[in-house]
Design a protein around this ligand. Structure first.
Ligand SMILES: Nc1ncnc2c1ncn2[C@@H]1O[C@H](COP(=O)(O)OP(=O)(O)OP(=O)(O)O)[C@@H](O)[C@H]1O
Length: 264
């Protein structure tokens, strides 16, 4: 089991402790606890409505947390604004693919560089040399990522033309432009064929090796979870009910009861 305590040695990539979130009368998270060690791939599973996406939105600071704590690499996320979270090295993809369909694939990847660029709108508008230089560098990085994700052939095509599996890789490329130390993936296997799921799992594993980030993966697809995750945290009704390897949680009676509704 991973250690969510930030006090010993290298702090975890992500430490979510006892988080509670309420929307009106609905309790979405009720003491959720998740720890992701540096370089670890942690799965986050649970039945529909368990609170997985809500947890992502808390880390991104899109939702307010009523109580509990969230730290990324030892830094208190809840003390930051949403626009400061990327600066902590956090990148995410969304459940529904969110690309700009009429922009080119390359430009879609470059959007991921935005939180990193300095100088602001005026420096960009004035075309200062430092900005031109940094734009050139970002373009080179974007092209390198497209090559790594086997999207070079599509670089100058509009993103809306891409096959679905390629769109998923485009989202990944854009997230990697942010040079994340923690990558949060929200149901990346959704809509992919079995073969594409295994390919994507292998791709993410390879990228983790070459770029060195931790992953928090929300996923219903158990092939993806089993082939990618070092460990899995299980949520039920906003609470953490189990943590362990994919095999351990799969055979945990509480998980079977909650997640599979006792069907297995
Ligand atoms: N913005 C919101 N306003 C009100 N209720 C919300 C909001 N977001 C989530 N909820 C509620 O919080 C609970 C947790 O939802 P959440 O989407 O986080 O679950 P999930 O585990 O991601 O589900 P799924 O697997 O279906 O995506 C649900 O009861 C949901 O209806």
């Amino acid at each position: 089991m991973s250690d969510p305590e930030p006090s010993r040695g290298t702090p975890p990539a992500l430490s979510i402790l006892d988080v509670r979130v309420e929307f009106g009368g609905i309790i979405a998270l009720d003491g959720a606890t998740v720890g992701v060690a540096p370089d670890q791939v942690m799965g986050l599973i649970g039945p529909n409505g368990a609170g997985k996406t809500t947890l992502f939105n808390c880390v991104s600071r899109l939702y307010e947390v009523q109580s509990g704590s969230i730290e990324v690499h030892g830094t208190d996320v809840l003390a930051r604004r949403p626009d400061q979270v990327a600066g902590l090295g956090v990148a995410r993809t969304f459940q529904n693919v969110g690309v700009f369909p009429t922009e080119t694939v390359l430009d879609n990847v470059l959007v991921g560089a935005y939180p990193r660029t300095r100088g602001g709108m005026w420096a960009t508008a004035l075309g200062l040399p430092s900005i031109r230089r940094s734009e050139r560098t970002e373009r080179e990085r974007a092209r390198a990522l497209l090559a790594e994700l086997e999207l070079t052939a599509y670089a100058d095509e509009v993103a809306g033309q891409l096959p679905f599996g390629s769109l998923k890789r485009l989202e990944l490329a854009r997230a990697l432009m942010m040079e994340p130390r923690l990558l949060m993936l929200d149901e990346p296997a959704n809509g992919l064929t079995h073969g594409e799921v295994l390919e994507l799992a292998e791709l993410v594993r390879g990228l983790r090796g070459s770029h060195g980030f931790a992953v928090l993966l929300v996923e219903h697809n158990m092939d993806m979870v089993a082939s990618l995750c070092d460990e899995v945290t299980v949520l039920e009704l906003g609470r953490t009910i189990a943590v362990g390897t994919p095999d351990q949680v799969r055979s945990d009676p509480r998980v079977i009861e909650a997640y599979l509704g006792g069907a297995e």
